[in-house]
Design a protein around this ligand. Structure first.
Ligand SMILES: [Zn+2]
Length: 171
């Protein structure tokens, strides 16, 4: 069985809880999450995706082909501006499906804790901003497919059935 929870797993619809204390359990979880993210060639992973309801996110866009890990504990978007252009999103929890998302913010300001319990602020735009929004959505029980238009959702349903069938036959 995959370590990653796949749609329509109900855990992906739950709201994660704030981390109260950054103890060994949290630090080990962050390490485990980045391990899994790299193993699956993902660029981001929220704790929900491995069935854990703590507000934890790891992201690595590998700029210049080098690892540059970002760990976000209790991230909150405190300001945002503009709209990011139409772009394709995918998700390790919705494997094999990619679709256009239109309503992401261009610029965001995010407050979070790092693993040393320091409060930090990140201001970012464009792709990293979109990835952070995608991951924070996970912590609120949302998936990128929730942002699709009604027509796109119909296509998703059909395609997803096909993908599921292929996966079952591939076993
Ligand atoms: Zn995702």
């Amino acid at each position: 069985m995959s370590e990653i929870r796949v749609y329509p797993d109900s855990v992906l619809r739950k709201k994660a809880k704030d981390v109260e204390k950054i103890d060994d359990r949290i630090v080990q979880l962050l390490d485990k999450m980045s391990d899994i993210m790299y193993r699956y060639n993902g660029i981001g992973l929220a704790a929900e995706q491995i069935g854990i309801l703590d507000k934890l996110v790891v992201i690595d866009l590998r700029p210049d082909g080098k690892n540059q890990l970002i760990e976000l504990i209790n991230p909150v978007i405190i300001a945002s501006e503009g709209t990011y252009e139409e772009h394709e999103e995918g998700c390790l929890s919705v494997p094999g499906y990619y679709d256009t998302v239109k309503n992401r913010k261009k610029w965001i300001k995010v407050k979070y804790l790092d693993r040393n319990e320091e409060e930090r602020i990140i201001e970012t735009e464009d792709f990293l901003s979109v990835v952070i929004q995608h991951e924070i959505d996970h912590l609120n029980g949302r998936l990128f497919i929730d942002h699709l238009s009604p027509t796109q959702k119909l296509v998703f349903k059909k395609e997803w059935k096909k993908l599921q069938k292929e996966r079952e036959e591939g076993k």
